[in-house]
Design a protein around this ligand. Structure first.
Ligand code: FES
Length: 152
């Protein structure tokens, strides 16, 4: 971690009570700030909140909102449920993969984008569906997918 990262981490500790009950709130703040949970941050959290490191890891791996590997500033989720699959989700995904140079589950080296594949998100009438951060995009023509992502 850089000195700047340590400062950011200290800021997070400063905003939360230094007690074991703050563990989830602190992990959420770290995830938001760094887009993942760096190992050093987990060790520092254990010390700051006086919580065993095993408990910190247990919380960090239990909740799907947390990631132990770097994730992009922008999370792109492509639905591969049946309706989206039939309406061309594979083509849409191909466009994103070749445009960003990454596969699902990967993050671009500049930490700007992460692609994830998800199951039906309950918006089948809008298939194929892509979600960029929290914004849903429906009926996405595969040749527009990358443009929509870059606008995020
Ligand atoms: S299959 Fe994609 S939203 Fe339902």
């Amino acid at each position: 971690m850089t000195q700047q990262d340590v400062t950011r981490l200290q800021g997070i500790f400063g905003r939360n009570p230094r007690e074991p009950g703050s563990l989830i709130a602190v992990l959420q703040d770290i995830q938001r700030e760094f887009h993942y949970l760096p190992r050093e941050a987990l060790s520092e959290t254990a010390k700051a909140l006086e919580v065993p490191l095993s408990k910190v890891y247990s919380a960090a791996t239990f909740y799907s909102a947390f990631s132990l590997t770097p994730r992009g500033e922008n999370i792109i989720r492509v639905c591969k449920g049946t309706a989206c699959h039939i309406k061309g989700a594979d083509l849409l995904l191909d466009q994103l993969e070749s445009g960003l140079g990454i596969k699902p589950g990967e993050t671009t080296p500049d930490l700007k984008y992460t692609i994830e594949v998800v199951n039906c998100v309950g918006a089948c009438a809008m298939a194929p569906v892509m979600i960029v951060n929290a914004k849903y995009h429906g009926n996405v023509p595969c040749n527009r997918a990358l443009r929509l992502v870059k606008k995020a």
